[in-house]
Design a protein around this ligand. Sequence first.
Ligand code: AMP
Length: 171
Amino acid sequence: MSFSTLQLSESILRAIEDSRYVKPTPVQLKVIPAVIAGKDVMAAAQTGTGKTASFALPLLQRLSMGPKVKSNHVRVLVLTPTRELAVQVEQAVATYGKYLSLKSTVVYGGVKINPQMMKLRGGVDLLVATPGRLLDLYSQNTVKFAQVETLVLDEADRMLDMGFSKEIQKI
Ligand code: AMP
């Protein structure tokens, strides 16, 4: 089975080729078609098995077809437990989406909030965030959820282990 059978656009396939991925991993084979079809998905697989691409690729595919994002709005929201994972996920999204004209960015706590507010001003197609900082930005009205199409809880088990359950419920 190759990536070209998975209903991904030429732009995304080209980015996959640049990354030198030869074929989808088992979790990607299952998750990609389900996400493209708009289904809710819960996936469990060990680290290093390509989980990030399994949601990033089909969500980029869906984003490339949808409406334009409004100021301060977000269309896909990805929550991660740590800043390191957030940065890593956003880098993967930028790599897979390099031939698409979509905007992605990352926000996390422990650094100044103002530059992050500036980044959100024009709207963001895909935002990767840690829960606490996202709520801070929301309470200051700089991120709005009215246009959200998809919510991803990356490493949901670890987020609960780290005590983020209240924040996640709130979001
Ligand atoms: P992840 O499990 O999402 O952290 O991905 C682990 C590593 O596998 C990352 O370095 C990815 O770039 C790489 N990767 C993801 N999908 C594939 C694939 N289909 N073929 C080869 N490498 C991949």
